[in-house]
Design a protein around this ligand. Structure first.
Ligand code: SF4
Ligand SMILES: [Zn+2]
Length: 569
């Protein structure tokens, strides 16, 4: 009997750890050279065997926040003329070759993108294929477009890239999902939506060796064959609203000076819901030294504009930039929250690295720059975490670059160092990420509202908390300016609604999701609007979530969804 045959014969009913043990035993028995990775292993399962394995979820953390993240990259391109950031690796004809700006080409996401020719459809099909093989539900996908300043690409490139994203989801749904009628235990007729694995196997050539170049090329051919020119973005978006693979959020990366109202409006048309904004420092002197090409004034204006249009904002901030000191960096980070002109919803912190091929490397060689090291970075971040507000989510504290670093924080486990320091100093981070509920008891929960001023407007952070854990939250904003006709001064805008819990198939009940928490949060936001005499409540909604808001009584309102605020007796 062959390895795979014997594996699947004995796999039924086993937990993930038992399967891993079985894999080790059989690998020894069949004298395999190494352990086949799980995705390769699972790619050998036939339809029936796959059903036996359907409850095995690999890397469940990826989907813990209720959605499936999909990171894709744009082709290597240029940043605007004024951006001469001295620390930034990559780009066209860089030390690392032709790679997207600010990447080295060795990060998992850039390697995947390169393999897929930076094509959005190829990249999405590739991610979905992997997720399906690993038994993840792909009904709700959250897409991030990485690879430098997205808004700086040509209009045509951006239009095609974004339309391709929705097209890829719609096509995947069309090709592999099937709806059937089945009788429930009580004899009622229910519709069941499932992946047709026979079609899936055939399309992804799973009869061939999973990692063989022949298979990879063949699959690419199959996907590229589907591609269409001149897609209509609006049509694809509309289709995606009821697709089995929905795009529930779209994030782009940009700079404060590439965020004009025109560019923001374009992002809204694309269905962007979150913007990753690189401000890097709150000190003009540092911004000048690193040749960022913009100052704080632009950062503050961009943050305000984005918030007033309803976007969620994830700020990028760098530690250890030229002229850094520990005190300066802690103050800089703290300023992001005590100064109401910043106050981001999310934050990514990156200690500055010395990378080959950069101007900073020359300064480093000439002893003009000394980078921040691991201990200093851990000290700064742990001190900063002492006073972090409850409405922010600290997403990252380090770049995912691990190869090619000349000097700086070159260990990938900075988070562990920070945690150890925090434990020692008895610091507890109150950010969303640290309080996210992970299968805890949710029987005793409270609805809380945190009100704060930010970027000239008023923010309401409405959360459902169980003890110190957060089950879900909603960000409501009262704007101070009307930047589009949909947003009047007497309206409130929901910038984010998020409920934590396992990712589940649309229409199925998850452990936490679909227990009415989302509805509860929206209702509270509507009540706040009513109390403040607002006439309308708007939502910036991911394309694939529009249907959800329709069910809550919202209707299309330009690029948003909205509802009149009325007194219910
Ligand atoms: S804007 Fe960002 S990607 Fe462009 S050069 Fe500066 S750091 Fe690099
Ligand atoms: Zn935290």
């Amino acid at each position: 009997m062959e390895f795979y045959e014997e594996f699947f014969e004995n796999a039924k009913g086993k937990s993930l750890s038992e399967l891993l043990r079985l894999r080790t035993e059989l690998s020894k028995k069949y004298k395999l050279k190494g352990l086949p990775d799980l995705i390769r292993l699972f790619s050998h399962a036939n339809n029936e065997q796959r059903r036996d394995l359907k409850d095995i979820k690999i890397k469940p953390m990826r989907s813990l926040s209720g959605v499936t993240p999909i990171a894709i990259m744009t082709k290597p391109g240029k940043c605007p003329e004024q951006a001469r950031c001295v620390y930034c690796p990559g780009g066209l004809k860089s030390f690392f070759g032709n790679v997207p700006k600010s990447y080295t080409g060795n990060e998992p996401a850039s390697m995947r993108a390169k393999r897929n020719e930076y094509d959005a459809v190829l990249q999405i099909f590739n991610r979905l294929e992997n997720y399906v093989l690993l038994n993840h539900d792909i009904g709700k996908c959250d897409v991030i477009i990485m690879g430098g300043t997205f808004t700086n690409f040509s209009k045509q490139y951006k239009d095609e890239f974004v339309a391709d994203i929705y097209f890829a989801f719609n096509k995947f749904s069309e090709l592999f999902f099937e709806t059937s009628l089945e009788k429930s235990f009580h004899g009622e007729r229910k519709t069941r939506v499932e992946i047709n694995f026979e079609k899936f196997y055939k399309f992804f050539e799973l009869g061939m060796d999973f990692r063989s170049p022949e298979r990879i090329e063949k699959v690419k051919e199959n996907v590229l064959h589907l591609k269409k020119e001149n897609l209509n973005l609006e049509k694809e978006q509309l289709k995606n609203e009821s697709s089995n693979v929905r795009c529930i959020g779209l994030t782009i990366e940009t700079r404060p000076d590439c965020c004009s109202l025109k560019q923001c409006n374009e992002m809204l048309e694309y269905g962007v819901t979150r913007v990753e904004l690189g401000i890097q420092s709150v000190y003009d002197s540092q911004l000048k030294k690193v040749k960022r090409g913009h100052l704080n004034k632009e950062s503050i204006e961009a943050i305000k504009r984005l918030k007033n249009l309803g976007f969620k904002i994830n700020l990028h901030y760098m530690l250890g930039l030229p002229s850094w000191t520990i005190k300066k960096d802690i103050s800089g980070l703290k300023k992001l929250f005590f100064d109401e002109r910043y106050r981001p919803d999310m934050l990514k912190i990156y200690p500055c690295l010395v990378m080959p091929g950069t101007e900073l490397y020359e300064d480093y060689k000439n002893k003009k720059f000394k980078p921040m090291k691991l201990n200093d970075a851990a000290g700064v971040i742990s001190e900063f975490k002492r006073d972090v507000p409850r409405y922010v989510r600290i997403m990252r504290i380090q770049r995912d670059i691990s190869k090619g670093i000349i000097d700086g924080v070159n260990k990938t486990n900075l988070r562990q160092y920070v945690n150890a320091l925090m434990l020692k100093k008895k610091i507890k981070c109150k950010c969303i990420r640290c309080r996210e509920i992970k299968n805890c008891d949710i029987s005793n929960y409270n609805l809380n509202v945190l009100e704060y001023n930010a970027s000239c407007g008023k923010e309401f952070f409405i959360s459902i908390d169980a003890n110190d854990k957060i089950i879900g939250f909603c960000r409501l904003r009262f704007v101070n300016e009307s930047l589009r006709k949909e947003i009047t001064l007497d309206s409130g805008i929901i910038r984010e609604l998020h409920v934590y819990g396992k990712s589940v198939k649309l229409g199925e009940k998850g452990e936490i999701q679909h227990h009415g928490f989302g509805k509860m949060l929206v209702k509270k936001a509507e009540e706040i609007c009513l109390k403040h005499n607002k006439k309308k409540i708007l939502v910036i909604s991911g394309i694939g979530v529009k249907g959800y808001y329709k069910k809550l009584g919202y209707d299309y309102d330009g690029v948003y969804m909205s509802k009149a605020v009325i007194i219910l007796k």
